[in-house]
Design a protein. Structure first.
Length: 628
């Protein structure tokens, strides 16, 4: 019996294989090549949509995979049930993203039955989707069984019944066969009407039911023409959800989707009937207000949008508080075509974010200059980094009890031959925005190590060098994670290089980042909070985080002699810092008076031009390091 079952399973496998490849008819050549052209254009559309959704640029996989026609006929009538292109891709590359594309997408098993599909697919294929979805759909099932029975009957005559029973119990084998080949399918059946339906469906975002960017673009042009005739204004409001990515990462995509849906519904409620609200992509939305008489109409709507975010969002896995930032451009003064107005509104949104989020900003021409400036900085800074034209300078940190230089801060410098010098604060801000900061921070770490090694070789007793890190250095593959391996590679102790981070980084940091910081801290790396008192200071977090010191922001030190409040703040920070066993450093000490104030309140360490400005490595060593 077992032997029979085994043979049965084997034969059924072979039969399925045969059926799969032999029985299925092929399209005629011309029809096939037409279908390929159509499929290629659909694939490009899908490709760009995936790019919008996932930001994934390496998706040529879809494009290259158009290699198989899919045609399912009713074997009884010969009628084409389904005609399409199967894209053999690893669909795990796009987890759940295919739900969001505006083109019908299905995933098939190896028998070319649809195992899952996105909402547009269901909409387009209607009942057909349901038929295709059931593995053993009547047509397919009947055909399969009759094929098997015919074949087996030929081969084995009387034992057919046993083998069919064996087949019915060999679900696992079938399952494996099904899993072996997964494909994405674009339906191209009934080409003309499919395209019409596609056009209609492709205009709306499936998650929020708002018009999508394609419909937006079409309507935008029409609204501009109308506005031009009426001699009124048209406002473009470009907005997204502040920190959406973090919420998505922390609570999962399901929560992220629910948030987008709810946000869209809330903004729709404050949208006037004749305005157009569209989902532009990801968490970005655009509202077009036409026939605007004056800016106060726009401000009124912008404020209503912001207010609509105030109530807590109750989502499946979490209750979250979310804000939005809005950039606004106005026709005719900020541009006269959709792409320029969108670009300028987008630029203004970035300004609204830089100004602290949860607000709106009108575009102005300076923002364009600013964009050009940051592009110039980015290009030239990258070139300076690649050609090793950046430098590190070192500023001593002096122990207030014994006046010894016990550590120093490494500060980056960009020497420029001509033109206005760009300050570190400026170029670091731009590098943070563009992502160049990761390379800069790696360079800073390497360079700080190089100087420590060189000082030792020159016979100096070195001191701890603190480097500044940015939030991007905390991302995966950032310097935070290569720190200890670098120190090991250089044969340096982890205590020889410290790190400075700002409060806001800590507030935004995830559990994983805190763990990574703890590893560094336990290994002996000195970790201090820079510019303390300027962020969203919550003293209580000092006790939860792996810290060694805090650096009181220089603004308090500068104001302390004339402003009692600032002196009280310094006193309080010092008290709390010491209470948690942390070093307290006063930054920006410029005068003897500053020094005695800081000493008076009990700070451990001072740093500032009163002792020395930041100096190049050789001058710093000569002036502040002892010969061993
Ligand atoms: P920071 O980390 O708070 O550095 C202290 C800043 O105060 C430095 O400005 C320093 O030159 C300046 N300073 C020192 N003593 C005095 C003083 O007595 N009075 C006044 N008014 N200023 C003083 P710098 O070098 O222009 O750097 C500005 C900011 O740029 C730094 O602030 C830091 O946030 C960032 N930065 C500098 N180098 C790096 C770097 O290598 N990586 C990163 N990520 N950021 C850096
Ligand atoms: Mg610093
Ligand atoms: Mg500082």
């Amino acid at each position: 019996m077992l032997l029979f079952i085994g043979m049965g399973v084997l034969i059924i496998g072979l039969t399925l294989w045969n059926w799969h490849y032999d029985v299925r008819p092929r399209l005629e050549n011309e029809a096939e090549s037409n279908a390929r052209v159509l499929a290629a254009s659909h694939a490009r559309a899908i490709e760009s949509q995936f790019q919008n959704i996932s930001g994934n640029t390496d998706i040529s996989i879809i494009h290259n995979a158009i290699n198989k026609m899919l045609l399912i006929n009713d074997p009884n009538t010969g009628e084409t049930l389904y005609q399409g292109i199967a894209l053999e891709v690893d669909y795990d590359v796009f987890p759940a993203a295919y739900d969001m594309v505006n083109i019908s997408v299905g995933v098939t098993d190896c028998s070319e039955c649809i195992t899952s599909e996105n909402p547009i697919f269901i909409h387009k294929t209607g009942e057909l989707a349901a038929i295709l979805k059931v593995y053993a759909n009547p047509v397919f099932y009947r055909r399969l069984v009759s094929d098997i029975v015919d074949n087996l009957a030929l081969m084995f005559g009387g034992v057919t019944v046993v083998l069919v029973l064996a087949w019915l119990t060999s679900n696992r084998l079938l399952h494996n066969l099904r899993e072996r080949e997964r494909s994405l399918v674009i339906e191209i059946a009934d080409r003309k009407s499919a395209e019409e339906r596609l056009h209609q469906i492709a205009a709306y975002d499936q998650l929020t039911n708002l018009p999508n960017r394609y419909l937006l673009q079409a309507d935008f042009a029409r609204k501009l023409e109308e506005t031009a005739r009426s001699k009124k204004m048209l406002a473009t409001l470009f907005f997204d959800l502040d920190h959406f990515k973090e919420i998505n990462d922390m609570h999962g995509h399901e929560t992220g989707d629910a948030l987008l849906k709810e946000a869209a519904a809330r903004v729709s409620d404050v949208t006037r009937n004749y305005d157009l609200l569209a989902r532009f992509g990801g968490d970005e939305f655009v509202m077009i207000m036409s026939n605007v008489e004056n800016r106060s109409d726009v401000i009124y709507v912008a404020e209503k949008i912001i207010a609509s975010f105030k109530p807590t969002f109750s989502l499946p896995n979490a209750d979250v508080q979310v804000t939005t930032s809005i950039g606004i451009s106005i026709y005719p003064e900020d541009g006269d075509d959709p792409s320029e107005l969108l670009k300028n509104a987008d630029l203004a949104m970035y300004r609204a974010k830089a100004d602290g989020r949860n607000g709106y900003q009108f575009f102005n021409a300076e923002m364009n200059l600013e964009l050009q400036y940051s592009q110039w900085v980015e290009t030239n800074l990258r070139e300076a980094l690649n050609n090793n034209r950046l430098e590190l300078h070192f500023q001593p940190q002096v122990n207030l009890d014994n006046n010894n230089v016990e550590s120093c801060e490494a500060l980056i410098r960009w020497p420029q031959d001509e033109g206005e010098k760009v300050s570190p604060a400026d170029f670091i801000r731009i590098a943070e925005r563009t992502g160049l900061i990761n390379d800069i921070s790696s360079w800073v770490l390497e360079e700080a190590c190089r100087h420590v090694i060189q000082w030792t070789e020159e016979g100096y007793e070195t001191v701890r060098v603190d480097i500044n890190l940015s939030s991007r250095d905390f991302a995966e593959k950032g310097v935070l994670y290569s720190f200890l391996p670098t120190m090991r590679r250089k044969n340096l102790k982890p205590s020889q290089i410290g790190i400075e981070i700002t409060e806001n980084i800590l507030l935004e940091s995830t559990e994983q980042v805190i763990k990574a910081l703890s590893v560094l801290h336990n290994a002996g790396v000195h970790i201090s909070i820079d510019d303390f008192g300027t962020g969203f200071s919550s003293l209580s977090y000092l006790k939860h985080l792996p810290l060694s010191g805090i650096k009181i922001d220089q603004s308090f030190v500068h104001e302390a002699p004339s402003n009692k409040d600032d002196l009280i703040i310094i006193q309080a920070i010092t008290l709390v810092g010491h209470g948690f066993g942390l070093d307290v450093v006063a930054e920006g000490v410029e005068t003897e008076w500053h020094e005695s104030l800081c000493k008076g309140v009990g700070c451990n360490t001072m740093q500032g031009i009163y002792v020395s400005k930041p100096l190049p490595a050789d001058r710093f060593a000569k002036k502040f390091l002892q010969k061993s």
